[in-house]
Design a protein around this ligand. Structure first.
Ligand code: ADP
Length: 336
């Protein structure tokens, strides 16, 4: 989507107020004057808002610390949506600069980014699933460790501004229905930058927080809730990962980590209600799919074809969990 035909321009006195501005996603930001160079804000924000105006829903995936399965949830949720809704166009953007694991999880590690006049082209892993990661920019996996704050923030900004999500097999000119952004663990400067760069983007819906059931992980989620409150980022809900393990032999459920009563009551966060979107089981097939970069949902279908009954039952729970998470997210972002 581009600016209106008779766009007066962000610097004009009539920015956001002229009849040509009616219906433009940037109308509010333009009329407030906040996009003017003299208004103290970066003109890149205008460009980011323009570039992402064709994305209907943007979801930011965050976790209190590393290793809880944030990238797993982000990548498998993107795969689930693309698999369950073939008519939807899905994008996955990885801004976890110091540990980009999305290229591996999506099986596109060896790919290179191509540029065209309209920006960087994402890599399509399915007709309706496009991926972009800062991992594609690293010449060596150790590169990012030495990148400092301003450089990291510059890269995040560039990703938001310069990726052309409208190109590729399935996307056509329609743009994306859903863009999932995988962020670094914790709450860092990068999160503050990300949220501030997205502040005029109309499709920004909020954060999905990923945690594991242990108290120590949940304490980190409380910090995340506090962070989201401070940067005014709505919270869509919490996903509890590695919640239960179902033995493939006896089908008995084991709670490997102490089961949290807090999430059961929906009061994870010191009395503050945050919606529990779902509980993802600890499933060896998830680990395998992510490590091998293949779709969990296709892997399960293959197994079903192969008639491995015990593994099917475990993975059926995993798929049901992703379905539940997605339905709960949709209830918040696209209420019927
Ligand atoms: P984070 O992004 O929070 O650092 P990852 O998504 O990279 O964590 O996950 C860490 C490891 O745990 C990966 O090897 C991943 O395959 C594995 N993993 C994550 N969630 C699950 C799960 N529900 N069941 C089995 N393995 C999982």
């Amino acid at each position: 989507m581009s600016e209106p035909e008779h766009c007066p321009g962000v610097e004009s006195e009539s920015a956001g107020k002229s009849s040509a501005c009616e219906g433009c996603p940037n109308q509010g930001a333009c009329s407030s004057g906040s996009l003017r160079a003299g208004g103290g804000e970066d003109l890149d924000l205008y460009e980011i808002a323009r570039k992402l105006s064709s994305v209907k829903h943007i979801l930011i995936v965050m976790s209190g610390k590393g290793g809880v399965g944030k990238s797993t949830v982000a990548s498998q949720l993107a795969r689930y949506i693309a698999h369950a809704s073939p008519e939807a166009n899905v994008g996955l953007l990885d801004v976890d600069i110091c540990g980009p694991s999305i290229p591996k999880a999506m099986g596109v590690e060896a790919e290179e980014i191509f540029t065209s006049a309209s920006g960087w082209s994402p890599i399509f892993v399915e007709d309706n699933l496009a991926v972009m990661s800062c991992g594609f920019l690293l010449t060596s996996p150790d590169d990012a460790v030495i990148w400092r704050g301003p450089k990291k923030n510059g890269i995040i900004k560039q990703f938001l501004r310069d990726v052309d999500w409208s190109t590729g097999a399935g996307a056509g000119d329609q743009g994306l229905d859903y863009l999932i952004i995988d962020t670094p663990p914790g709450t860092s400067d990068e999160h503050i930058s990300l949220v501030s760069y997205l502040k005029h983007v109309t499709g920004l819906r909020g954060a999905i927080l990923v945690t594991t059931p242990q108290e120590v992980a949940q304490a980190d989620v409380r910090k995340q809730v506090d962070f989201c409150g401070r940067v005014k980022l709505p919270i869509i809900g919490v996903v509890e990962n590695m919640a239960v393990f179902t033995c493939p032999k006896c089908h008995q459920d084991s709670y490997i980590f102490k089961r949290s009563t807090a999430t059961d009551s929906g009061k994870l966060l010191g009395g503050e209600k945050v919606k529990l979107l779902g509980r993802i089981p600890l499933d060896p097939l998830i680990g395998k799919s992510v490590d091998e970069g293949v779709s969990l949902f296709e892997a399960v279908e293959e197994k079903e074809g192969g008639g491995d009954k015990t593994a099917n039952q475990t993975s059926a729970k995993t798929i049901a969990a992703f379905k539940e998470v997605w339905e709960n997210v949709q209830a918040v972002i696209e209420p019927k």
